[in-house]
Design a protein around this ligand. Structure first.
Ligand code: SF4
Length: 556
């Protein structure tokens, strides 16, 4: 009988991609993926260490499994990913019933680890070297590449895929644990990435998203000394016939180079969407975070992006309540959000992480209720900005890639089914249900659009006329298939990007609106979530989607 495995994933796009590859490997080895951990012979957690909240949830889940493991000692429990790399000893202490601990740089060994547990009934550990444990080349080598050939049927859909451009990070922002748990920054050779994308496209993939902790710092040096940058990679990928859209996340503000912006401008397949986390609008806090730029540099960078790429949409990340953040520091962040014209922002409350510089150097001195209030205030400001941004689309026809039914559509369908069951009415035929589903998709500027349409449109590029807008979603009417890419629709920026306006209230009067207590509540929506994002449940702003949506976590 086939062995069954369950895999729960939390965290960023890197983890989503890692999990996809783990699923592919285990299924290839004959395992069957199941949705209920109780049915599984192997229960795995792909973990995140960016916030305490995410770690607490994993320990809680492991605690709940203790009794289960006592009753079924042959079952294997594994902790994968960043927590495994960071907290090997702690996991063994707090959850001694865990059989496998496997860091993100060792996932290629997972199958062997599982087999070793079966054989020996002894716990197995595979982690990479810590950054202080050896010289850089050895540490680098200990983080192994894990990007086996992709199998379309093992992805959540056949038309979209993440593709890794690099591992690790060398920026060392003081609040961030990523450089420790994911190791030194290493760019993959271009030929590997191009071959992987070609393979994905042959399998029907139309949209790829290049992912890296700081994707725009991608650089690969050939043996003869030539440098290959992200812009070069975009040109190479753009030539692949059949590929319709290329996205890349997440960007570091200092690495937003002219060649990259020009490539986005000049290559029609490259999405006009840049996620560039600012993290704070206060220079003192940015210095404490060791972000290596000032607010004025960031504003100039925004201006360069918008001057070079007409119609580009930019989103950001912010951390509120970082150590030493005063009311006036926070006010500067509010000013930045009110005036910068972000499409959306992901907003997080600071969570001190052992092992980071900030944890060592600065007291976590902003009380939790203040963090919460600032989080809500910033969300409210961003919601007003997002609404203005979204309203510009009303009356326009946009091209979107249809991703699937909206979450609201799933809820409605379940509700109809339960009402029918209660009333004794016959169930609708599934084909009838499909005809009336609310579908969701994204423009090349990453704006979320919902419209009513048939399931057969999922995975296709279609044209939708926008009729209404909320802060997170555009609502439209299906116009037809976009068989060939339509010309880019370029809308002017509704918001001023004039750095001189900082601190003087936004041109939309947002400061007044917020000051008077007027808020727009965040009502994010999402297409069918592919993983549970425990971090985002209470701590992030949610961008987009009609009635509800999973938010990617920030990579920078
Ligand atoms: S926040 Fe981003 S850029 Fe900074 S250290 Fe972490 S992963 Fe690197």
């Amino acid at each position: 009988m086939r062995k069954k495995f369950f895999l729960e994933t939390v965290g960023c796009q890197m983890n989503v991609l890692d999990s996809e590859l783990v699923v592919a490997t285990l299924r290839k080895a004959g395992y069957e993926l199941v949705q209920d951990p109780k049915q599984a012979d192997v229960i795995l957690f792909n973990t995140c260490s960016v916030r305490q909240h995410a770690e607490d949830k994993i320990y809680s889940a492991l605690g709940q499994l203790r009794r289960h493991k006592e009753r079924f000692p042959h079952k294997i429990i594994g902790v994968l990913g960043c927590m495994a790399q960071k907290d090997q000893e702690l996991i063994r202490e707090r959850a001694p019933h865990v059989d496998v601990i496997c860091g993100p740089g060792q996932l290629g060994k997972l199958l062997h680890l599982l087999q070793a547990v079966e054989r020996t009934r002894q716990p197995q550990l595979a982690v990479s070297l810590g950054r202080a444990e050896a010289h850089r080349p050895e540490v680098q080598e200990s983080f192994e590449s894990y990007d086996p050939l992709r199998e379309p049927e093992l992805r959540s859909n056949h038309f979209q895929a993440y593709v890794r451009t690099q591992f690790g990070c060398d920026k060392f922002c003081t609040y961030c644990i990523v450089p420790s748990v994911r190791g030194p920054e290493q760019s993959r050779p271009p030929h590997e990435i191009v071959a992987e994308v070609r393979y994905l496209v042959e399998q029907g993939c139309q949209e790829i998203t290049l992912v890296g902790q700081t994707v725009n710092s991608y650089h690969y040096r050939f043996g003869d000394g030539r440098l290959f940058r992200l812009s070069d990679l975009l040109y190479r990928l753009h030539d692949i016939a059949g590929l319709r859209r290329i996205k890349f996340i997440t960007n570091f503000p200092r690495d937003m180079t002219e060649d990259l912006l020009q490539a986005v401008r000049d290559l029609p397949k490259v999405a006009r969407y840049l996620h560039v986390p600012a993290q704070s609008g206060c220079d003192i806090i940015l210095r404490r975070m060791k972000r290596m730029y000032t607010v004025s540099f960031y504003r100039d960078m925004l201006q360069r992006c918008r001057e070079t790429i007409p119609g580009v949409a930019i989103s950001s990340d912010f951390i509120v309540g970082f150590c030493g953040e005063t009311e006036s520091s926070f006010q500067r962040t509010c000013d930045l959000v009110a005036t910068a014209g972000f499409k959306n922002s992901y907003i997080f409350k600071y969570s001190p992480r052992p092992g980071t510089k900030a944890y060592e150097l600065y007291p976590d001195d902003v009380p939790e209720e203040v963090k919460r209030r600032r989080n809500n205030d910033l969300l409210a400001i961003q919601a007003q900005v997002s609404l203005a941004d979204h309203r510009r689309f009303i009356g326009q026809t946009v091209e979107i890639l249809v991703e699937g039914p909206s979450k609201w559509a799933y809820k409605l369908r379940d509700r109809i089914s339960s009402v029918q069951a209660d009333s004794g009415l016959p169930d609708q035929k599934s084909s009838e249900k499909e005809e009336f589903l609310q579908l969701t998709g994204r423009t090349d500027t990453d704006h979320i659009v919902v419209f009513d349409g048939a399931m057969r449109l999922v995975g296709k590029f279609v044209l939708v006329q926008i009729e209404d807008a909320s802060p997170y979603t555009l609502f439209g009417r299906y116009v037809g298939l976009a068989d060939v890419p339509c010309d880019r629709i370029v809308l002017g920026n509704a918001l001023t990007n004039d750095p001189d306006s900082a601190g003087q209230g936004s041109p939309l009067g947002l400061a007044d609106a917020v000051g008077s207590g007027a808020t727009i509540s965040a009502n994010p929506t999402a297409s069918e979530p592919r993983f549970r994002d425990w971090n985002s449940s209470s701590e992030t702003s949610a961008p987009p989607q009609a009635p509800s949506r999973r938010l990617p976590l920030p990579l920078v």
